[in-house]
Every structure is written in C-alpha cells, then in structure tokens.
Design a protein around this ligand. Structure first.
Ligand SMILES: [Zn+2]
Length: 116
C-alpha cells in the first residue's frame, strides 16, 4: 500500500466513523458532556445564550438567539474548539460511556436521574 493509499483508507475510515456517530449521538447525551452550562438552559457555544435546543430527534441543534443550527459534530467542534476528527473521537467516547452509565444506573452509583 502506498502512502497515498494509506491516507485515503484512513480518510475513508474517518468518514465511516463520522457517519456512525452522527447516527448514534444525541443532543441529550452530547450537551452534558461539553464544557458548557446546561443547568438553567443549554448554553449555545456560539453566542453563549442559554438558548440552545435540540431538533430533529436530537440529531441537530438550534439556537433561538443567534439562529445557528447544525449537527452534533458542528456543536462539539465549536464547544470543544476542535477539528472534526477530534469531535468524532469525542462522540465515540460519549456513546461508549452512555452504555456504561446505563449499567452503573442499575446499581445506583450514578447520582443523576435516568437520562431522557
Ligand atoms: Zn447562539
């Protein structure tokens, strides 16, 4: 495999993972994991108003103040100030820990009420 082919294969793999996290990650899982305020209302990473809300089954976000919208990858990139590959990795971690958290909830070690 040439270096070029290797790079192309990695890019294809990333596109595949990106599609996978876009399908699986939901607003209700992603927002609490970000470095944002979400107690009094969800903080928009663009304008910092507490006006962020989910739409389209939680696959997209919308901000009522600055009217920004996008998918969960856009949201993670802005909130964590990272590029897309890092956002994909971040969301893979969220999806994995969501599975683990459900297991923990069964044993009452996670103080939070079961997520929406
Ligand atoms: Zn906003």
């Amino acid at each position: 495999m040439t270096r070029y082919e290797h790079r192309a294969a990695r890019r294809q793999d990333l596109e595949h993972r990106k599609g996978d996290v876009k399908e699986k990650a939901r607003y209700s899982d992603v927002v609490p994991a970000l470095n944002l305020s979400f107690d009094m209302g969800d903080e928009c990473p663009f304008c910092h108003g507490l006006t962020l809300m989910p739409c389209a089954d939680g696959k997209w976000f919308f901000c009522d103040a600055c009217k920004r919208k996008g998918d969960m990858i856009d949201l993670v990139c802005e909130a964590e100030r990272c590029a897309m590959p890092r956002a994909v990795q971040f969301m893979e971690t969220i999806i994995t820990s969501r599975r683990d958290a459900r297991t923990r909830d069964l044993f009452g070690q996670n103080g939070k009420e079961g997520g929406a």
